[in-house]
Design a protein around this ligand. Sequence first.
Ligand code: SF4
Length: 471
Amino acid sequence: MTKDNSLKETKRQIEFMHKAGKIVEQRSKALSRPLYAMTVTFGCQMNFRDSEKIDGALREMGFLKASSEEQADVLIYNTCTVRENADKRLFGRLGVCKAYKNKNKNMIIGVCGCMMQEKQVVDRIKKEYPHVDLIFGTHNIFAFSELLYKKMSEGGFVADILESTDKIVEDLPTERKYSFKTGINIMFGCDNFCTYCIVPYVRGRERSRKPADIVDEIKRAADDGVKEIMLLGQNVNSYGKGLDTDVTFAKLLKEAASVDGIRRIRFMTSHPKDLSDELIEVMAENENIARHIHLPLQSGSDRILEAMNRHYTREGYISLTEKLKKAVPDIAITTDIIVGFPGEDVQDVSDTIDVIEQVGFDGAFTFEYSPRTGTAAAKMEQLDKGFVQENFDRVLKTVHKVAWERSRRFEGRVMEVLIEGEDEKDPERYTGRISQNNVVHFPKSGYHVGDLVQVRLDECRGFYYNGTVVP
Ligand code: SF4
């Protein structure tokens, strides 16, 4: 999509925000109260970033933030479909919000995100949840204002789901959840087709944003006082493919690291098959690139990795982590692991456990395999649930043992912490993260959320540290 067309579309959507804004004004006058809106987000950081764009549009239209789903005049659910329980959660919420609409007849309920790219789910909503007014997908989040305006001005049921798109619409208003950190999309979609994964079917083909647009957005964030950015993509390592400029993720990361004011850069998600030496070098040379990488392993068995279509071997993965540790000695490595992939046997699980012990992960998101309709693995013979549960427990036990040994290596050290908020359990304390992403709780002592402070990590409590600010 050309820059011109992107700007034209941005202009169009902002016009719809203003038109919808007039209706909001009229209704607010008629009700003698402001109108409220809420976006409920499920799933990954890509979804949270999309919700910040929906919230940005709602703010421009004049909606105030609702304090509860029930209070909302516009209620949007941004959905995830990576695992089965994501579906259950959405239908549970749709069941509950019907009652809210009985009280507020003009309430507009919308559903968007990855689940809306699945026809069987959309058909079910149309049939079983007629109180849903608006449906749109992952490829036209940018058109939310146009669709909401259509609903507010013409009424009726509005649904618009694109099969795919080459569009990347820049510079739409966003409402950041945090003032000191933000996610920045660098690319959309995925071409890897791992056999268990639904993402390529719901997020489409890979398309990268232009490096200049990304760096501009990082500079604007820095001007707004943002200190930490998270570069987002389903597989950031394939960033740049399809662009007419010769740019790689490593080059983009280096440029991002040079932006004044950005004290910490994180990125996710990396795929081991194309994590380059160039990237490892850039990480080693730039202190403000977080000393943490999330590198999904999924399985430690070559037989299962092949069946998953992952394009790397256990030895290849292990040597990559050794390269990372050599180049960035303090690095924390976390991962994703799937247990119960079709055909997986006891030896495959032992191979996975062996890799967990060899690499020494700081943490791992461990999931039981969940068949997703439409993926290649969903057509394979599924394993017995009891057998999967047994293996899952074996893997989880190892993950916890290794993570506990690894994560306490910073005990006694003074490290820089970005204050992210109040400790939920104790308002006299702050909670924040070190560059390695470990959580630290410590007494407030005059600093503010968003500050970077030196903290001595006194005691490791497994998933977090207790610490003391070092003036
Ligand atoms: S890399 Fe594989 S697991 Fe990750 S989003 Fe793409 S298809 Fe899914």
